[in-house]
Design a protein around this ligand. Structure first.
Ligand code: NAD
Ligand code: UGA
Length: 459
């Protein structure tokens, strides 16, 4: 089946970069990304490429090359569905905040709305691709909605989970470790494999059944997050035994069966997916009565929450057991470097804890706008917006954020933090000047020599 027009529902962190790369590598295919969020679509269409709604290294260049040639952004969802032979569903699948499965299960209402929208509009046969991360067996529900329209349109459903990481999305998309396609219809699978085949070697395109594909995505994220919780657990033991977590990580990572990646001890993982996907996995396991399986994976989250909490606890105890009225400068608000995404960022939870202890928080992040910091804190509903406004200040310049601070807490591993004039920073801080390096990016000896009271994770 030859595909000439593709539509992607959801212009977010996955839909935007993924479709931009598909458009770049398939100049003969017209790719339209649609979304219900007018503001987001306007931002994707903005002339000034530095103002795209998502910051990802290399993304603006690709959008600049392809936009309005074979890549389009629109809110006319029905038109795009009607015209396309292949439709990707790339909408958000957050943890449910209500009803059955609240706080655990994935909320599939947006995915279902897309399926119903496609069912209503389609007049010709379509391949529907699940790009969102979905619980195993979701395709069953999508199939049921699409196959009961009574309009004689044939739908093939594929699962094609996305493995990109934010901050390296373009690099990951251009050279993926693998592409995974799950489905029943061989024609549909090959139609999608052909699109990726424009730049991904065929042997790296895996074909599986739909359920393996859906479950592989949750499993991949669970394994990745488990590595971080494992090294973070060891980091706490290091702090009690004079072992150094970096040295331990290096020593175990050189074992080729373990491998060196994803062993950076940290303040705890953030991001929109690890926690939500593991909670979802735990929920699914419980729903099958597999309590030991559920308990096993749940520990990854328990440990992660502990890691965030113990960071702020240590900060408070080191500052003589009180941060009330003290200025704490937070460097970084994004959940990792090279992204403006703050979803589930550890910075939010550390700040919330410090605010409960009446600290004054000064935030600097190179890419996160001030409004996002307040939105993230207000969303928690721990205190009023007025209180958040009065206790938290954001800055466009790190030195202003740090001026007169009692302590610095490094929340994100932005490269620029390493290049700051740390002697000047020491001079403008209150003494003793404390640094809590939640990302282990600074050199302990150098910092101590300047005069800082420096502490990091797992050392
Ligand atoms: P996002 O929130 O950035 O984007 C989702 C978009 O979908 C939003 O702009 C929203 O307005 C739109 N949307 C929701 N319902 C809609 C509807 N009915 N019609 C049209 N548009 C609609 O989310 P994201 O980070 O891109 O994640 C999307 C999916 O991909 C999730 O399932 C996530 O788990 C998965 N995923 C995310 C990442 C990542 O790094 N962010 C990586 C791999 C997989
Ligand atoms: C993660 C996965 O890496 C992607 O493969 C997956 O597609 C994606 O989730 C998803 O499904 O959403 P992402 O969350 O964007 O990608 O970024 P990661 O690089 O995985 O980092 C996640 C969090 O773990 C960050 O807070 C990061 O700082 C932290 N981390 C990562 C560590 O603390 N230590 C590490 O060694 C690695």
């Amino acid at each position: 089946m030859k595909i000439t027009k593709i539509c992607c529902i959801g212009a977010g962190y996955v839909g935007g970069p993924t479709m931009a790369v598909i458009a770049k590598k398939n100049p003969n295919i017209q790719v339209t990304i649609v979304d219900i969020n007018q503001e987001r679509i306007d931002a994707w269409n903005t002339e000034d490429l530095s103002k795209l709604p998502i910051y990802e290294p290399g993304l603006a260049e690709i959008v600049g090359e392809t936009r309005n040639k074979n890549l389009f952004f629109s809110t006319d969802i029905n038109k795009a569905i009607d015209e396309s032979e292949m439709i990707f569903i790339s909408v958000n699948t957050p943890t449910k905040t209500y009803g059955k499965g609240k706080g655990m299960a994935a909320d599939l209402k947006y995915v279902e709305l897309c399926a119903r929208n496609i069912a209503d509009v389609a007049k010709t046969d379509k391949i529907v691709v699940e790009k969102s991360t979905l619980p195993v067996r979701t395709a069953e529900a999508i199939k049921s909605i699409l196959h009961n329209t009574g309009n004689n349109v044939k739908f093939s459903i594929l699962s094609n989970p996305e493995f990109l990481a934010e901050g390296t999305a373009i690099k990951d998309l251009l050279a993926p470790d693998r592409v995974l396609i799950g489905g029943e219809s061989k024609d549909a699978i090959e139609a999608l494999a052909n699109i990726y085949g424009s730049w991904v070697p065929q042997e790296q395109i895996l074909r599986t059944n739909v359920w393996s594909s859906e479950l592989s995505k949750l499993t991949a994220n669970a394994f990745l997050a488990q590595r971080i919780s494992s090294i973070n657990a060891i980091s706490e033991l290091c702090e009690h035994t004079e072992a150094n977590v970096n040295e331990v990580a290096r020593a175990i990572g050189m074992d080729s069966r373990i491998g060196p990646k994803f062993l950076n001890a940290s303040i705890g993982f953030g991001g929109s997916c690890f926690q939500k996907d593991i909670l979802n996995l735990v929920y699914i396991a419980r729903s099958y009565g597999l309590n030991e399986v559920a308990d096993y994976w749940e520990q990854v989250i328990v440990l992660n929450d502990h890691q965030k909490r113990r960071f702020s606890d240590k900060l408070i105890s080191t500052l003589y057991n009180t941060v009330s009225g003290k200025k704490i400068a937070l460097l970084g608000w994004a959940f990792k470097k090279d992204t403006n995404d703050t979803r589930e960022s550890a910075a939010i939870y550390v700040t919330d804890h410090l605010l409960s202890e009446q600290a004054n928080i000064a935030v600097y992040d190179p890419k996160v706008p001030s409004s996002k910091v307040y939105d993230d804190l207000n969303y928690l509903q721990t205190r009023t917006e007025e209180e958040n406004n009065s206790l938290v200040e954001t800055f466009d310049n790190p030195y202003d954020a740090i001026n007169d601070a009692h302590a610095i807490a490094i929340m994100t591993e932005w490269d620029e933090f390493k290049t700051y004039d740390w002697t000047k920073i020491f001079d403008i801080m209150k003494k003793p000047a404390f640094i809590f390096d939640g990302r282990n990016i600074l050199n302990k000896e150098e910092m101590s020599q300047i005069g800082f009271e420096y502490s990091s994770i797992g050392k």
